[in-house]
Design a protein around this ligand. Structure first.
Ligand SMILES: Cc1cc2nc3c(=O)[nH]c(=O)nc-3n(C[C@H](O)[C@H](O)[C@H](O)COP(=O)(O)OP(=O)(O)OC[C@H]3O[C@@H](n4cnc5c(N)ncnc54)[C@H](O)[C@@H]3O)c2cc1C
Length: 370
């Protein structure tokens, strides 16, 4: 049995930043999960990252291992937009510099025991931890609209999980959704030789919000304490489905678009295709729909939280209630990253929230001061 002060569940940007801060404190901790798994294995790493270079990085206690420091050490000249694979390389360099070791195991069935927590990992390892931080990003939150969710994975899938689209070469594919991941899937399908078409509800592409990275970084520190009407207005503004400029030339003139359009029905045909009916009555036949319809957090959908979920206060929209230090209603259990983004704000759906998170959660755990 492993006995820890702290178990960090999730080895993405949030988990790695928390580990860098925990490393300095002398806390006996372990970082669970597959390192940078979402970025390496759930999205195409050769696509670009949309965060501007000045705001791209992970958090360590003295802000030493920045993207700038990585660039200098590796003699690189990083330009915007930069590829996700470079971001992944940076994250592993950052982990090495901070002497972080990964425990590459998924956690199953988290429970409360004797004022702390107990869980097993997928390898059968038993762990007791005084405190637990859940940093699993958007895992188990993929959203497929109800009228498509019943169809087989062969016919309908979500953008999450695709690292490339080669299997769709020569196929007719509808990409549903007019945000960044829809445009990105459309571009990559086109490059892979698929006959893609982009279908979305709005009238046109929404360009990025000016200075979005700077605003998100700044808001991370104060969103929690804003009046609720201001919070709601910011969620509405900053969580809009926008599309970065670098995708425009990869899609426009290459992938046909159907704006102002909704799918009302999709029916499998006897030949293994899908017959789709749009809201204005037109029908088309395609081989596959890729839904780029985003993510909806629901704590109850996360398998390893099944036992403990009934003890956690959960908002009606599925997010856990968390305090200013990211602690849930179960003392010692913290939620960070996208799972904290309802209370802490849109910055935490992005890398922008890692600095505030690491600098808040680790002192709170160390000093029990929240
Ligand atoms: C297509 C797309 C593009 C994006 N581009 C950007 C961008 O350009 N800039 C930006 O700031 N944000 C971007 N994001 C948002 C991005 O998801 C977050 O910035 C970031 O990945 C969140 O980090 P995280 O550490 O919370 O989780 P993740 O990076 O998702 O990592 C989750 C970790 O949890 C682990 N895990 C899951 N289940 C378990 C379990 N049961 N036990 C143990 N470990 C587990 C995984 O193995 C993984 O290590 C993008 C999102 C998408 C979908």
């Amino acid at each position: 049995m492993l006995n820890l002060d702290l178990a960090i569940i999730g080895s993405g940007p949030y988990g790695i930043s928390l580990a860098a801060h925990a490393q300095e404190t002398g806390l006996d901790y372990k970082l669970f999960g597959y390192p940078m798994d979402f970025w390496q294995n759930k999205m195409p790493p050769e696509m670009f990252i949309r965060t501007k270079l000045n705001f791209l990085g992970l958090s360590d206690p003295h802000d030493r291992f920045t993207l700038e420091a990585y660039q200098q050490e590796k003699h690189l000249n990083i330009n915007y937009p930069t590829s996700r694979s470079l971001w992944i390389d940076y994250a592993f360099w950052f982990a090495e510099k901070n002497k972080i070791t990964f425990t590459k195991e998924l956690v199953t069935d988290l429970r409360e025991v004797n004022g702390g927590f107990y869980f097993e990992s997928e390898t059968g390892r038993s762990v007791c931890a005084k405190k637990v931080v859940v940093a699993i990003g958007l895992a188990h939150s993929e959203y497929i609209p109800e009228n498509l969710a019943h169809l087989s994975e062969k016919l309908v899938s979500h953008t999450s999980g695709y690292t490339q689209y080669g299997t769709f070469r020569g196929k007719r594919v509808i990409v549903l959704g007019g945000g960044q991941s829809g445009w990105e899937a459309a571009a990559l399908l086109h490059q892979s030789g698929a006959h893609a078409e982009l279908v979305y509800r709005g009238p046109s592409r929404k360009p990025p919000i000016p200075n979005i990275n700077a605003r998100q970084r700044e808001l991370a520190d104060k969103f929690y304490f804003l009046p609720s009407d201001e919070q709601e207005a910011l969620r509405k503004e900053l969580l809009q489905a926008t599309v970065t400029d670098f995708l425009v030339t990869l899609v426009e003139g290459k992938v046909p678009q159907r704006p102002n359009t909704q799918i009302v029905k999709a029916r499998p045909t006897s030949s293994g295709t899908l017959k789709i009916t749009f809201h204005h009555g037109e029908t088309v036949e395609v081989d596959h729909i890729i839904t780029a319809t985003g993510y909806r957090v629901s704590l109850n959908n996360i398998p390893f939280l099944k036992t403990i979920a009934s003890r956690i206060d959960i908002e009606s929209n599925g997010f856990p209630k968390v305090d200013p230090c990211f602690q849930s209603s179960v003392k010692g259990l913290y939620f960070v990253g996208p799972l904290s983004s309802y209370h802490h704000g849109p910055s935490f759906t992005q890398i922008a929230g890692v600095w505030h998170t690491a600098k808040t959660v680790i002192p709170s755990i160390q000093e029990s001061n929240c």
